[in-house]
Design a binder for this molecule. Structure first.
Ligand code: ISE
Length: 335
């Protein structure tokens, strides 16, 4: 069976997913593209022989669309995710699930009413081999339990419309999810530190900032979010256990050594850095849809990351005080 996929959002992320489905992955075909900019949707859809729509609702209602991939801005995800679930269609929604907790809660309710897990949240780092090996090392237990996680999330630059809140809800949300995945427990309190800002930022940004969080068992997480670092897209993570540490290596396959020293290339974007992880994630999703199964991060994972974001934003707005994370009891549906 070929899964007929409708993609909502014809921006950079949507186009990257279409490209991988059409040229690198097996089992899926893009049959429709929707974007509020209908001309943009047409420009992407026509070369594929796919249909173009001006709204996600029309695409979701199309009987020729088996499953939906949403790659629009987080703030507009909720209506399309809910419509897809109500239509009984599997949906892979890019992170964040939603930017408002009330939207995430409505999504959880809609999915439970549908009676079946249909939503996968695009936390692609869970498919990165490096993070997977870190998790396996912790689970194996040879080095004892985790005590600390040190993360660095550096972007070359961000556009003017990107806000300090986005440093948390669009950028640090990756480490929030990754740490939940690595440690297998929830984050219970969080604060945001705002050191001296870089001169290479738009005036309205508090860049860099550091998110400091603690988990249920007391593991301390620090995440440097530094989004105008200039030199490239650079992700680091070190997990400290009682008797050993494990950290991500860099993205390189080769290292050049010459009279200038020893170095490896640094990529410019998440689309390159996590290319293999994105491919693994979308491929696994397509195979799962074929088998009528859920895969990957659930809507609960999307909600759980979102409530940590909420607490972190409250900390930012209140000058860096530590804020407890407030979470509903996990419905049995998600166990
Ligand atoms: C972007 O949306 C991503 O998901 C990237 O991984 C992250 O590095 C970037 O800061 C976000 O804006």
């Amino acid at each position: 069976m070929t899964v007929r996929i409708g993609v909502i959002g014809a921006g950079g992320m949507g186009r990257a997913h279409i490209e991988r489905i059409e040229t690198e992955l097996a089992g899926g075909r893009v049959v429709a593209v929707a974007d509020l900019n209908l001309d943009g949707a047409r420009a992407v859809a026509e070369p594929l022989g796919a249909k173009a729509y001006g709204t996600g609702a029309e695409l979701i209602a199309d009987p020729d669309v088996d499953a939906v991939l949403i790659a629009t801005f987080g703030s507009v995800h909720a209506p399309d995710v809910i419509a897809a679930v109500q239509a009984g269609k599997y949906v892979l929604v890019e992170k964040p699930l939603a930017t408002l907790t009330e939207d995430s809660l409505r999504i959880l309710e809609a999915e439970q009413a549908a009676g079946k897990k249909l939503i996968t949240v695009g936390f692609m780092r869970r498919f990165d081999k490096g993070y997977q090996e870190m998790r396996e090392a912790l689970v194996a237990g040879d080095h004892g339990y985790a005590t600390l996680v040190h993360c660095r999330h550096r972007n070359p630059s961000v556009p003017e419309g990107y806000t300090t809140r986005n440093m948390i809800d669009d950028t640090a949300i990756h480490e929030i999810d990754t740490c939940r995945y690595l440690l297998g427990e929830e984050i219970v309190r969080v604060r945001i530190d705002t050191p001296r800002s870089t001169s290479h930022r738009f005036e309205h940004l508090a860049d860099p900032l550091v998110l400091v969080a603690y988990t249920e068992s007391g593991v301390r997480i620090d995440d440097e979010v530094n989004v105008n670092i200039g030199f490239g897209y650079s992700i680091e993570c070190e997990l400290v256990m009682e008797q050993g540490t494990i950290r991500l290596s860099d993205q390189h396959r080769t290292v050049v050594r010459d009279g200038e020293g020893e170095r490896n290339p640094i990529c410019r974007s998440h689309i390159d850095r996590f290319h293999d992880a994105f491919n693994a994630e979308v491929q696994q999703w397509i195979r799962a849809v074929e088998r009528d199964e859920h895969t990957g991060s659930s809507a609960w994972d999307g909600y759980a990351a979102g409530v940590v974001v909420d607490a972190a934003v409250r900390s930012l707005e209140s000058g860096g005080v530590e804020v407890p994370v407030e979470m509903i009891a996990k419905p049995a549906f998600y166990n």
